[in-house]
Each structure stands twice: as C-alpha cells, then as structure tokens.
Design a protein around this ligand. Structure first.
Ligand code: GDP
Length: 229
C-alpha cells in the first residue's frame, strides 16, 4: 500500500481530492457543477479528465438518479417531454472528473434522422471515448433490458470497462418482485455474456424513496479510485 504522500503524487494535478474548504471530506459525487453540452464528437471536452457516462431509456429515471447521487435537486433536468434532448450534458465533480448525461433513448416519437444521428454518436462515444471509465445504465425496474439497453452493452462491454445498472423506481415493486427482478436481470446478463458479465454490477434503486444510493455511490467511487479519497 502506498503511503498517503505517494498516493497523492500519482493523482494528476487537475484532479484535486474531494475536500471542502473547511477540510471536511465530501463524497466525490457531491458538489457537481454543469460544465458544457456536446451535440457532436468535436464538442466533447478535451483534457482527459476521467468521465462516467449515465445512460438509459427516456423516462427511466436517469435525471432523478443523477440529482439524487449528486445531491443536487435540479442538476439534471427531470423531463416533462421525454426524448427531446439529443446532446450530452457534462457535469464536473470537485475532483475534476466528469459525469456525462447521455440523451435518453427509445422514445417512439423521435424522428428517424435524429435517431440515426443519436445511434451513430453514442455508439462512437461508448466505444471510443478515451477518458470514459465506466457506464451507469439506468433501467426502469418494471421494464428492464430493452433492446436498446442490450445495444448499449454491445457497444460498451468490448472496451473492457465496467457497467453499473440501476433498476430504478423499485419503490413501485413489492419486495418479492424486487428480488425476482434483480435475479432475472443478473441471470440474463450471465446467460448473455458469461464471464464478461463480471464487468456488470446490478442493483435496485429509487430516487424518490432514496433506496440504493449508498450502494451506487460505492460503485461509482470505486471507478474514480484515488479521486474518491
Ligand atoms: P429520465 O427521462 O430518464 O431522465 O427520467 P426522469 O428522471 O425525468 O423521471 C421520469 C419520471 O419518473 C418522472 O416523473 C420522475 O418523477 C419519475 N421517477 C424518477 N425516479 C423515480 C423513482 O425512483 N420512483 C418513482 N416512483 N418515480 C420516479
């Protein structure tokens, strides 16, 4: 184990440990700020700060999850009209790491040209975005693993990086249905990907009831590594 001083030296200069002005440690996901919006590859931030992407079907609860995990009530916009935003919103954490809020997918009324643009952009983003260290995939616990969710795994898993699935709105299911859903999703991933499914974590989550927040925080903090401490 490196001593603290050695540990600090290997943290790139840009990425300050998450420490509030009064010296008290804050969780690495808290105190996020809006950084920028990218509608195409060239608008994504340069600089190489580690990035965590949040993705999911429109209306699955992605914005609510981002707000719950960053402890900001309105950082990500909770949608009234699903499927309208087709760009990536980027938020900067105190450490300098970034959260990338990807456009929600699967909304039937999106015009075909826009859908094709989205597919092309997101496929490239997930497969080739170098600073991306992990994907947080949000699925409504009542309708998990849609065709486009599988598509996201297909684009991202070949990078060898981790995925963490939030089965959201679990407050809408009873305890037994929650348990069954979790088991079914885990089994489907094991059946589909075998050993590679070890790259994927799955948990129950509810933004409104604040279920699973600590578990998600631990998963994301583990990706951020030395930045988390
Ligand atoms: P997004 O389109 O994936 O960003 O989804 P939103 O976060 O905008 O949420 C879509 C709808 O689901 C909104 O009406 C939210 O209030 C609701 N919602 C989000 N998370 C939860 C949750 O954990 N439980 C319940 N019951 N509703 C939720």
């Amino acid at each position: 184990m490196p001593r603290q001083s050695e540990k600090q030296r290997i943290v790139p200069k840009l990425h300050r440990p998450a420490e509030a002005a009064d010296g008290v440690h804050v969780h690495p996901l808290h105190q996020a700020e809006f950084l920028t919006t990218a509608a195409e590859w060239g608008q994504l931030p340069a600089g190489g700060a580690p990035e965590i992407a949040f993705a999911g079907r429109s209306n699955a609860g992605k914005s609510s999850a981002i707000n719950a995990l960053t402890q900001r009530t309105r950082l990500a916009y909770v949608s009234k009209t699903p499927g309208r935003t087709q760009h990536i919103n980027l938020f900067r954490l105190r450490s300098g790491a970034l959260l990338a809020d990807l456009p929600g997918y699967g909304y039937a009324k999106v015009p075909e040209a826009m859908r094709r643009h989205w597919q092309h952009f997101i496929a490239k983003y997930l497969a080739q975005r170098a600073p991306l260290i992990g994907l947080l995939l949000v699925m409504d616990a009542r309708h998990p693993l849609t065709e486009l969710d599988w598509q996201m795994f297909g684009w991202f898993l070949p990078t060898g990086r981790p995925v963490h699935v939030l089965l959201t709105k679990c407050d809408k299911l009873g305890t037994e249905a929650q348990r069954r859903t979790l088991e079914t999703v885990r089994k489907a991933l094991t059946d589909a990907y075998g050993e590679r499914s070890a790259q994927v974590g799955v948990q129950l989550f509810s933004a409104t009831r604040r279920i699973g927040i600590a578990e998600a925080e631990v998963a994301l903090a583990s990706w951020l590594g030395p930045l988390a401490h």
